[in-house]
Design a binder for this molecule. Structure first.
Ligand SMILES: Nc1ncnc2c1ncn2[C@@H]1O[C@H](COP(=O)(O)OP(=O)(O)OP(=O)(O)O)[C@@H](O)[C@H]1O
Length: 350
């Protein structure tokens, strides 16, 4: 899944989008069948429920900085101090995952709250993308639980109707459907799932593209776009939604290495776009962003600095450090220090 690219994951239509499906199948049968084949066991449904009011991000003083596998924030340790979890959108509790004999996640704990911009960092192969897939409901943990707005997910997201939250996953590479136009790529899920007319979808596609600073590219094919433009198209695809649906749910967007392979300036554009679609930002049209929270997996310093407020450091299957972004470079944790400096000496061995 990671090798695909940016898309909000919803199951394909079983009904009213059939004629459009046929059109798309003809347009790019190979890409789409491969897409759904990959998703057949992994696809997710839109989920929904009530929205907690945004709360302030943790202040510097209360930010969580705990090591050795504990991800509890300091003030959780205070007797009688109970944390208000009414704004927690996603929680991973003691999540374990192995692939064959290979143990990847070994008791991962964290919460994503409404309004947060969270980064997951850590050495290559440590399981960051796996965490994203688990919270997106594309992979099931071997042990441990994922809670969506306080409700325990029973299995994969496709196994049930959980309501209250949409979760979009923006993949590492663009993975746009090569033989579909930008319009068809961005509007794909609406063509497939909604009852909206082609004109309405076209209008929404235009708006979504404008929100990420792209104009007049609707009729182009992905091959006619630069890498940075493809990532922006992918982002437009992840933020589009059915405006005729009465119950608009909050959305958490998960980005897997959104700036990988981009030059520094193109990275800045994407980082600012990620910020702009967040509720605390303003999109390219100056409209307030709609994404409740987002989680970014990245190795890029610029992305950490520009697009992320709070960091989770994953190492050897656990969150070994968490704190605000500005604390990352001043941390005395040897794992963090080594990672921040890129030194070969330290507890992280390759
Ligand atoms: N479906 C799978 N089957 C078998 N092994 C897998 C599968 N998915 C991931 N892995 C393995 O799990 C480990 C963690 O992979 P993951 O992609 O989550 O790491 P990562 O931290 O995102 O890495 P990177 O920073 O290099 O992208 C790797 O060793 C990978 O080969």
């Amino acid at each position: 899944m990671v090798s695909l690219s940016s898309v909000s994951l919803f199951p394909p239509s079983t009904g009213h989008g059939a004629s459009r499906s046929t059109k798309f199948a003809a347009a790019d049968a190979r890409a789409i069948s491969s897409f759904y084949a990959r998703q057949s066991n992994e696809r997710r449904k839109a989920v929904c429920a009530c929205v907690a009011s945004p709360r302030n991000l943790m202040s510097d003083e209360s930010s969580a900085i705990k090591f050795n596998g504990s991800s509890k924030s300091e003030h959780l340790n205070t007797i009688g101090d109970t944390e208000d979890d009414s704004d927690v959108l996603i929680e991973c509790k003691e999540v374990y995952k192995s692939f064959g004999e290979k143990k990847i996640l070994n008791g991962v704990n964290f919460k994503i709250r409404h309004g947060e911009a969270v980064g997951i960092i850590g050495p290559s192969g440590t399981g960051k993308s796996t965490v994203l897939k688990i919270i997106a409901g594309l992979l099931a943990p071997d042990k441990g639980d994922v809670y969506i707005r306080g409700k325990k997910r029973a299995g994969l997201i496709s196994d049930e109707e959980i309501s209250g939250l949409r979760i979009g996953l923006v993949f590492q590479s663009a993975a746009l459907f090569d033989s579909l136009t930008v319009r068809e790529n961005v509007g794909f899920l609406l063509y497939e799932q909604s009852r909206m007319s082609e004109d309405q979808i076209s209008e929404l596609v235009k708006e979504s593209l404008a929100a990420v600073g792209l104009k007049g590219v609707e009729d182009r094919l992905p091959s006619e776009l630069s890498g940075g433009m493809k990532k922006r198209v992918a982002l437009a695809r992840s933020i589009i939604y059915d405006t005729t649906n009465d119950s608009i749910e909050p959305e958490v967007l998960l980005y897997d290495e959104p700036t990988a392979g981009l030059d520094p300036i193109a990275s800045t554009v994407v980082e600012d776009l990620i910020r702009s679609v967040h509720i605390k930002g303003r999109d390219a049209l100056g409209k307030p962003g709609k994404i409740a929270s987002y989680v970014v997996v990245t190795h890029q310093h610029s992305t950490i600095k520009r697009a992320i407020d709070r960091l989770l450091f994953l190492h050897k299957g656990k969150i070994v450090w968490e704190g605000m972004t500005h604390e990352f470079t001043t941390s005395t944790n040897p794992i963090v220090q080594q990672f921040a400096s890129g030194s070969l000496d330290g507890p992280i061995k390759y």
